[in-house]
Design a protein around this ligand. Structure first.
Ligand code: DX5
Ligand code: ZN
Length: 238
């Protein structure tokens, strides 16, 4: 069976960045070797915290560059309802928009709305959400985001049972790739550190969100390099 060969992506969550100088933080983390910027949107309703919206996305857009090219802004919506705000994020420069299926009345329609607004689309599963929820939507998504903490706050501990869930979703995505030749990324979010990223990569994830493990640390490049080398070692690439 063909397995997707997706290059590994490190997507720092700016939730743990210094908001007093967010543009500089975005620039610094990309300069340190990050690939995407993970952008956590919370509404104090779907999750018990309140964060940032399209205005902030638009403000960081000019700083999110990778070697002169726009870096992906990976928007993770933890809000309900999701539909109305999607065009606003697309206009603000988001490249990928993911949402939790529980927050949408019509998941297929919301995924299509994201794509018709020119963005890639993702579905997010909470730790307690079964993976079968994904099955009807595989043809409409570019990414699956598995939460490895209950969403709402940075700095929580990785839930170990996520590893088995990652392996199961990896099999589903590989089967889909064999049948369609269309790759879907598998992103994991919550509690990822240098000391557990190797196991998460070995289980089958290819895209890694990390907030508190990177921001607030003295040297972003050192942490991101260490994360990549742990992944390479776990995948037998070095
Ligand atoms: C949690 C957010 C995560 C979070 C990750 O609700 O979706 O993106 O910021 O932060 P760490 O890496 O600190 O767990
Ligand atoms: Zn997130």
């Amino acid at each position: 069976m063909a397995s997707q060969i997706n290059p590994l992506i490190i997507a720092p969550s700016i939730l743990s960045a210094d908001f007093a100088c967010l543009g500089a933080e975005v620039k610094a983390v990309l300069k340190g070797g990050a690939d995407w910027i993970h952008f956590d949107v919370m509404d104090n309703h779907f999750v018990p915290n309140l964060t940032i919206g399209p205005l902030v996305c638009e403000a960081i857009r000019p700083y999110a560059q990778n070697g002169g090219q726009p870096a992906m802004i990976d928007v993770h919506l933890m809000i309900e309802p999701v539909e109305r705000i999607i065009p606003d994020f697309a206009k603000a420069g988001a490249n990928l928009i993911s949402f939790h299926p529980e927050a949408s009345l019509d998941v297929a329609k919301t995924l299509q709305l994201i794509r018709t607004n020119g963005c890639r689309a993702g579905l997010v599963l909470n730790p307690a959400t079964p993976i079968e929820v994904l099955l009807p939507y595989l043809g409409l998504i570019d990414l699956v985001l598995l939460m490895s903490v209950n969403p709402g706050f940075g700095g929580q501990a990785f839930i170990p049972s996520t590893l088995e869930k990652i392996s199961c979703v990896r099999k589903i995505l590989d089967n889909h790739y064999t049948a369609t030749n269309i790759p879907i990324r598998l992103e994991v979010d919550g509690g990822i550190k240098v000391d557990n990223i190797g196991a998460i990569a070995a289980a089958g994830a290819d895209t890694f969100v990390a907030g508190s493990a990177i921001f607030g640390k003295a040297n972003y490049s050192e942490i991101i390099t260490a994360m990549r080398s742990e992944c390479a070692q776990a995948l037998g690439q070095q």
